[in-house]
Design a protein around this ligand. Structure first.
Ligand code: FE
Length: 339
């Protein structure tokens, strides 16, 4: 944890304490406390809207996902947190394996959120969908040459591919999906092909992958589409486009940001109410558009910018697999020298 993060945590604890005193008279259902690795500007508007609708107050503590998980483990039964929110099914799965969530299965959640975006036992629920797909140079790539993640291992992409580092959870989850669909051997061949085609050492960030393509270092890459949205907001004419991968096969690899009710939630009832509310049409429209993600509730229209990229078929692999196969994915990437 860096000093800045600690500062944020300390500040947030103070806010919690003060507000607890301020609401000492309120019933326990009147206050839900969230630990969130999602940034404040992405969650605050939602919580304010929830409070307006239900009268239930929301306190939140933001920080790095790993630090919040450690904190929940340390606090155990004494935690004030009713809910933990984070990104990537791999992280949600990890929190679940640490015994930090309780099972929540309600009709509302089941009808609002498709089953592949939820833990089968109800330990966590996806609340927004992030699509990880191909991005390419409109100057040097004919989109007719693009097709699948697997095809990026073909020799025709030699010295033309940029990828994000294997250390990032997004990469681990994508590779876990390759193992799920193809088994370790074939997935290993695909990873080898990618590594052979790399034009540069894997990048630290998705934005760096796109910058490398723009600067001519490489021609194709893989990114979460909200990073593309951020780039085109600043540079509308950037010579890059998204390509929906695997439309004739498994579909675009998707992941989620999501949440679960903590095992020792002082106010589980309130937290379940919030989780259900977050899956509702109203909340989903706000939540997805704040970070230019896709609604997890598939009856909701996408943000205007996002829908301008066209619709696509999603990979329906249940996202718990991103966690179950995570260790295999890490090992496979090490074996194949994907740094
Ligand atoms: Fe991200």
């Amino acid at each position: 944890m860096n000093i800045k993060t600690q500062g944020v945590l300390v500040l947030a604890v103070l806010v919690l304490a003060v507000t607890s005193i301020g609401t000492a008279q309120a019933k326990s259902e009147g206050l839900v406390t969230i630990y969130s690795s999602r940034k404040e500007h992405l969650i605050k508007p939602l919580f304010e809207s929830f409070t307006k609708d239900t009268g239930i107050k929301v306190m939140y503590l933001t920080g790095k996902g790993g630090a919040l998980i450690e904190r929940l483990k340390l606090e155990g039964k004494n935690t004030k947190a009713d809910m933990f929110m984070t990104v990537d099914a791999g992280n949600l799965w990890y929190a679940a394996t640490q015994g930090l969530f309780q099972a929540v299965q309600t009709q509302t959640l089941e009808s609002n959120i498709p089953s592949h975006l939820r833990d089968p036992k109800g330990l966590w629920t996806g609340l927004s969908v992030r699509a990880r797909t191909i991005v390419y140079s409109t100057e040097r790539v004919n989109p007719a040459d693009l097709s699948t993640y697997e095809n990026l291992a073909d020799a025709k992409w030699a010295n033309r591919l940029c990828l994000r580092t294997s250390k990032k959870i997004y990469t681990k989850s994508l590779v876990a999906s390759m193992i799920y669909h193809h088994g370790k051997n074939k997935a290993g061949d695909i990873i080898s092909g990618w590594v052979n085609n790399l034009a540069a050492t894997p990048n630290a960030k998705d934005s760096h992958v796109m910058n490398a393509i723009v600067s001519g270092q490489c021609d194709v890459g893989l990114v979460n589409t909200y990073y593309f949205a951020r780039l085109i907001a600043k540079r509308p004419n950037v010579p890059l486009r998204l390509f929906w991968a695997n439309q004739d096969t498994t579909g675009v690899h998707v992941n989620v940001s999501g949440a679960g009710v903590t095992k020792y939630a002082p106010n589980a009832k309130g937290a379940i109410k919030l989780l259900e509310w977050l899956s509702s049409a109203k909340a989903q429209a706000i939540y997805a558009s704040l970070n230019k993600e896709y609604p997890a509730n598939q009856n909701i229209a996408e943000d205007e910018v996002v829908s301008s990229w066209g619709s696509f078929k999603q990979d329906k692999m249940n996202l718990t697999q991103a966690g179950v196969l995570q260790a295999d994915a890490v090992k496979l990437m090490q074996t194949k020298d994907y740094r």
